[in-house]
Design a protein around this ligand. Sequence first.
Ligand SMILES: COc1nc(N)nc2c1ncn2[C@H]1C[C@H](O)[C@@H](COP(=O)(O)OP(=O)(O)OP(=O)(O)O)O1
Length: 204
Amino acid sequence: MDATDLPPGLDGNLVEFVKGGCEFEWQSYTKTRFYTNAFVINGNKLLLGFKKRGFGANLYNGFGGKVEPGETSAQAAARELKEESGIDAPLEHAGVLIFLTEGTDWAFHIDVFSAHSHTGVPTETDEMRPEWFSLTEDSLNGNDDRLGISSSSDLPSIPYSKMWADDIYWLPHLVEGKKFRGRADMVKDGDQFIMRKFWFGAVC
Ligand SMILES: COc1nc(N)nc2c1ncn2[C@H]1C[C@H](O)[C@@H](COP(=O)(O)OP(=O)(O)OP(=O)(O)O)O1
């Protein structure tokens, strides 16, 4: 895809898999803040954390936070995973997400990581409560959550309605092992954020 067709902030040889909000302009920004987000898969189950406080409170997400000065994003991802869930995992880079929120002139740049094994027992912390979710096809693609039906496995279905609105567009690709990139410009709708304009794609 021609770089001029990509949302500002994304580059490379990317193939679009979904976009929306074409009637809106991309929000401009002058600063970028770097974050991480890590997802641990164990066979047919996915570890998410229920965020108990701070930005994104009361939503399920991967484990992550700010990249501190002097850290690489991989180091920050490993540190945040340990701090928030108590486990270590051989994280690999899976994707990059750029998010803007209405009224700010800075962008979140989130390096997303995944791992297929871990050591240690996921343990609740002040910030996050780790929980395992089912990775059956209907759970992963959001059918179970949309229809409000329970998972066909012993574990609950992925709770997309209690996650950031962008997650359903790229999480299935992460689980399939595809590298991805995306951007979403979010606006406030009551007490939650919704996507006004977005683009997600795979790395060729
Ligand atoms: C806007 O859309 C988002 N979607 C997703 N899936 N994840 C997001 C979005 N915006 C932020 N995030 C992620 C990025 C980070 O993993 C966390 C936010 O990090 P946090 O504010 O908790 O950073 P910490 O360094 O842990 O903060 P404290 O030092 O205050 O604990 O959400």
